[in-house]
Design a binder for this molecule. Structure first.
Ligand code: SF4
Length: 204
């Protein structure tokens, strides 16, 4: 087990797992401190950022639950807290009334505009690491994320570019791109939003 130092001594994957666990603890601490300053919890901020940067028809409670790795019930509680604060509204999806879409209110958009530096402590901490070391780390982390994604432990939302389902410039001027998965034409702006169903065309 990764918490046993003797086991870590002879096992690289255990050492890396422990390093990732320690990093997750540190990230939790810095994001908590930055969130306290805004009077919101880190998950509430994640919910606002999810609503702001996810393609509007994919900004659902279910996808938010997947994005933060929690249950639907917990995600609903987080969202209801933001609804009570007047930062988010909920609406049923026209095509499927069991699905709840999230939208930022104007107050919610103001808060999101104040979040430009949220997470900066983490970026600052990495600035002392050499570019070469960061490049190696990025490659390694990509492989770890991809492995966890394949095991269903992580959802990585990305814009359309680089997705296996993306057909750029297949439509008209109003909706120039096509998604083979949802079988819809997309505006250019929608293709730049994050999509939880992004499937990389190149294996990491
Ligand atoms: S599945 Fe891929 S192409 Fe379709 S909307 Fe999502 S990212 Fe874009």
């Amino acid at each position: 087990m990764i918490f046993d130092p003797q086991h870590r001594k002879d096992n690289r994957s255990a050492r890396v797992s422990m390093a990732l666990f320690r990093m997750s603890q540190a990230i939790k601490k810095v994001t908590q401190a930055e969130s306290d300053a805004l009077g919101l919890s880190p998950v509430q901020i994640q919910a606002l950022l999810f609503a702001a940067y996810t393609r509007s028809d994919a900004a659902t409670v279910g996808n938010f639950a997947g994005a933060i790795g929690t249950t639907h019930v917990t995600a609903v509680k987080i969202i209801n807290g933001l609804v009570r604060k007047g930062l988010v509204t909920k609406a049923q999806k026209l095509e499927d009334r069991r699905v709840t879409l999230l939208n930022l209110t104007s107050e919610g958009r103001v808060i999101v505009s104040q979040l430009k530096t949220w997470g900066h402590s983490l970026e600052e901490a990495l600035q002392s690491v050499s570019d070469e070391a960061l490049a190696d780390f990025e490659l390694g982390l990509g492989a770890v994320i991809s492995a966890m994604q394949k095991r269903g432990q992580l959802v990585v939302a990305e814009p359309c570019l680089g997705c296996v389902h993306f057909h750029p410039n297949a439509g008209d001027a109003a909706a120039p791109h096509y998604c083979g998965l949802i079988q819809k034409y997309l505006t250019h702006e929608a293709s730049l939003q994050e999509c939880p169903e992004h499937t990389p065309s190149i294996e990491v």
